[in-house]
Design a protein around this ligand. Structure first.
Ligand code: NAD
Length: 301
């Protein structure tokens, strides 16, 4: 069992830190929001005063923050992890950030003899609570092996995908497939609804065929029920596709479908829909067509 520092106690970080405590690890935690530190302390964690304080008291540090700038601030910035780190400290950033940012942080850690892994997750809040996240890791295999028991307390699938940055490339691949899948589903259901069909009948007719997917099964019923409660927020998915486009540009890769859906997400955020579930991508297509996907009304006498 290890002394684990945990920085970033939001929707994902708080339940992940609780699962580490349940698995028997000793936790030292920090978040810029003091109430979140109080909640983790209530579950048995020790309070850290800053990211550097957490690092100085830990063998392993995990960060679970919104995006690259926050990760750079918490690890490289003033009162950050590297200020408190001893050589041999292991740091795993589990946020979803640009692979380029992960490599920058990884290089700065290596210069201080601190081991770094990027280890973003898939699965959302329910799987963070259950401890069944899918964890995609980038970094050296020897470090990965040492950190594996800690990852296994938070996830049911842990995969080493390559060097530092590879975890986030894998996560971006996941996010591209999910976003484009939702947009394609939106176009299909808008067309079917406008043609006078019941979208639920169409969904049931196609879900067992080649168009069937986990995304279709999870999101089509939400759209048909007009339930856009998050789940995974539009603003977070926009951030992930922006990071995918930045990484693609650095490698001169064209991602026309990703770019198109990223623009839809941006427009939805500007329309006040940033905190809807990402199934709300469908509402962008509905607006362009002037047709809302909903179950055909049965006549009442
Ligand atoms: P969140 O906004 O709920 O939590 C982030 C936390 O970081 C907040 O509590 C915030 O106060 C804290 N924070 C910000 N800057 C800080 C700093 N400099 N020092 C210390 N604390 C700081 O976000 P979340 O939903 O928990 O997501 C975290 C990451 O996980 C994101 O990269 C997200 O894309 C990814 N992710 C989220 C989900 C999901 O369903 N929510 C699923 C998979 C992956």
């Amino acid at each position: 069992m290890s002394i684990v520092g945990f920085i970033g106690l939001g929707i994902m970080g708080l339940p992940m830190s609780r699962n580490l405590i349940k698995a028997g690890h000793s936790l030292v935690v920090y978040d810029i929001v003091p109430e979140l530190v109080d909640r983790a302390a209530g579950a048995g964690a020790a309070r850290g005063q800053s990211s550097s304080d957490v690092a100085s008291r830990s063998e392993i540090v995990i960060t679970m923050l919104p995006d690259g700038p926050e990760v750079e601030q918490a690890i490289l910035g003033p009162a950050g992890v590297l200020e408190g780190a001893r050589p041999g400290l292991m740091v795993a950033d589990m946020s979803s950030i640009s692979p380029l940012a992960a490599q920058k942080v990884g290089a700065a850690c290596a210069a201080r003899k601190v081991d770094f892994l990027d280890a973003p997750v898939s699965g959302g809040e329910p799987k963070a609570i259950d401890g069944t996240l899918a964890i995609m890791v980038g970094g050296e295999e020897s470090v990965y092996r040492k950190m594996l028991p800690v990852f296994q307390a938070m996830g049911s699938s842990v995969t080493l995908t390559g060097a530092v940055g590879a975890g986030n490339v894998t996560k971006l691949a996941n996010q591209i497939i999910v976003a484009c899948n939702i947009a394609a589903m939106g176009e299909a259901l808008v067309l079917a609804t406008r043609a006078g069909l019941d979208p639920e009948v169409v969904f049931n007719a196609i879900k067992g065929g080649l168009a069937g997917s986990t995304v279709l099964n999870a999101k089509a019923p939400m759209v048909i029920a007009r339930n856009f409660k998050p789940g995974f927020r539009i603003r977070l998915h926009q951030k992930d596709l922006r990071n995918a486009l930045l990484a693609a540009e650095s490698m001169k890769v064209a991602l026309p479908l990703t770019a198109s859906v990223q623009q839809m997400l941006m427009a939805l955020m500007n329309g006040g829909k940033g905190d809807l579930d990402h199934s709300g991508i469908v509402t962008f297509i509905e607006q362009m067509a002037g047709t809302e996907v909903k179950k055909a009304q049965t006549a009442t006498v």
